[in-house]
Design a protein around this ligand. Structure first.
Ligand code: EPZ
Length: 419
């Protein structure tokens, strides 16, 4: 068990390099299963979820090696079309291996996935879509036995909700299917575009990614390629916020293509100056942040649910009242208890959270309950007077590469301690 010990109150200043996006890296790693020959993924973050994906690939018989920030995969030697329950439970993204394995081998056995507990996270849309494409999926005691002996066939798939994971799963299943698949009400998140761009480089025929209708014409085979994973927009906002809460200055390197445009205006409204030049983004924060107008989480291009906790941490010390409305997940205010323990004034009622900014937070002993909520507690700890301890760091390690080193590099007093 490890914890982060933070002594807050120092204005942070310096540079942080932005790595590739976790939520892009994981479906891309699943996609490597579909390719012949070698695939090279560059700018891959060194995260526990990425290591889990490497283990899944290796388990199926693929060659998968990660050296620094490059992952090399060769799926030519794939032997097993089955992922053990323990591996599926390590993260939510394990479920995108379903579409890839089924598309590649015509049958697979997987289990319900794990991941952050944000309320119910069903996979009905994934299953319904794959069944429409001709798969037979039998559910038994948490296990999914999936068959498509004749191969999958393209068809029209309308998603009731623009689910990111379901869109990715259908894309992975459709690239090698017979005929055309048309996904309507598809997710439009930037990570969907990164997956489509990768698949096109491998030979797939995909149009419309980034829009609500994606068209995929199945091809006979895909060949591995070299792809640089898009920068992590959620990590980018986290680091900008970590510095902003301390009234500091940041140069965020590698941020040019990070697609943060739906959140940067919020930081500007809070009083931060943001400039872009070449591949970097510069943030200069005021001494005290201002409250922002009501934030409603929505599918992309709306305000992302993944930064709701992060911006809430900022608003705990901003001047004025901010209101949040969480519309994607039922249980995504689990960080509120920790923030309140640190002196924040937050009132939650159903999907609404009202934050009355206080003059100062005080260090406290708190626990991360999920990835972004954990990052929010770290941000609050950087602003708080005194010492904050954040337990359950494994949640944070799923999405931030050695967060203590990154923040130490810009002047934070933060240590990781093994208990
Ligand atoms: C992805 O999760 C991200 N994870 C999440 O980021 C992110 O919060 C989420 O998209 C929304 O942007 C990864 O990319 C690995 P969804 P995903 O399917 O794909 C409902 C992080 O912090 N739904 O778009 O699981 C679901 O219950 C993580 O990095 C169904 O009802 O999200 C939820 O309410 C956390 N049936 C909504 O849709 C389904 O079959 C959005 O889920 C699928 C989803």
């Amino acid at each position: 068990m490890q914890k982060l010990v933070i002594k807050g109150g120092t204005a942070l200043e310096g540079e942080i390099p932005l790595r590739g996006a976790k939520n892009s890296a994981l479906p891309l790693m699943a996609a490597t299963l579909l390719c012949k020959g070698e695939t090279v993924l560059e700018n891959c973050p060194r995260l526990t979820d990425v290591f889990s994906a490497c283990r899944i690939l290796t388990h199926t018989g693929c060659r998968c090696a990660m050296k620094e920030h490059t992952v090399v995969v060769c799926a030519d030697s794939i032997k097993l079309s089955e992922i053990p329950e323990s591996m599926m439970q390590e993260m939510r993204s394990s479920i995108v291996f379903l579409g890839a394995l089924l598309g590649k081998t015509g049958s697979c056995r997987v289990y319900y996935p794990g991941g952050c507990e944000l309320g119910p996270r069903p996979i009905d849309l994934h299953i319904e879509a794959l069944c429409r494409m001709g798969a037979r999926i039998e559910r038994c005691e948490g296990r999914l036995d999936c068959y498509a002996p004749e191969g999958l066939s393209g068809c029209n798939i309308h998603l009731k909700f623009p689910s990111v994971g379901a869109t990715e799963n259908v894309m992975l299943a459709a690239v090698l299917a017979k005929g055309e698949t048309v996904i309507s009400n598809a997710a439009r998140e930037p990570e969907i575009c990164d997956l489509a761009e990768f698949l096109r480089k491998c030979g797939a025929l995909i149009k419309g990614d980034g829009e609500s209708t994606i068209r995929i014409q199945g091809v006979k085979e895909l060949r591995g390629c070299t792809h640089r994973i898009m920068p992590d927009r959620i990590a980018g906002i986290t680091y900008l916020s970590a510095v902003a809460v301390t009234g500091g200055k940041l140069k965020l390197l590698g941020a040019k293509d990070a697609r943060m445009d739906n959140v940067l205006p919020v930081l500007e409204q809070a009083g931060c100056r943001i400039d872009k030049a070449n591949d970097a983004m510069y943030l200069c924060a005021p001494k005290r942040l201002r409250a922002v107008s009501r934030l409603r989480t929505m599918p992309h291009p709306g305000f992302p649910t993944d930064v709701q906790a992060i911006i809430m941490a900022l608003m705990t010390v901003a001047k004025g009242v901010s209101v949040f409305e969480e519309n994607i997940f039922e249980c995504r205010y689990r960080h509120v208890d920790g923030l309140v323990q640190m002196g924040a004034e937050i009132y939650v009622s159903g999907r609404i959270a009202v934050v009355n900014g206080v003059n100062r937070l005080c260090g406290a002993h708190v626990a991360a309950t999920d990835l972004r909520g954990g990052a929010a507690l770290v941000i609050a700890g950087l602003a708080a007077e005194g010492t904050t301890e954040v337990r359950q760091v494994h949640h944070i390690d799923r999405g931030y590469e050695t967060i203590e080193k990154t923040l130490e590099g810009v002047g934070a007093n933060i240590l990781r301690i093994s208990q």
